[in-house]
Design a protein around this ligand. Sequence first.
Ligand code: SF4
Ligand code: SF4
Length: 68
Amino acid sequence: MDGPATAPVSIDACQGCGACLLTCPTHAIRPVPGGLTVRADRCTGCLECLEVCPVDAIRTVTDRRGAP
Ligand code: SF4
Ligand code: SF4
């Protein structure tokens, strides 16, 4: 796989409501022990997950943009 190492968004302080998992159109968000992870090879950066998170746990990761 040649996808980016880091997804356009990251998740911190998740409360486990599950809204983002249901919203993500590419199923990039997956449960892992202790929280959630965003698959870099699936996330398109659409930011729909940010819109639905009730506790603002999802953040953009902008410093990777433009990497070859
Ligand atoms: S930015 Fe879009 S594609 Fe990426 S995890 Fe959030 S909802 Fe899914
Ligand atoms: S929407 Fe926010 S609080 Fe809910 S599962 Fe996703 S990251 Fe966690």
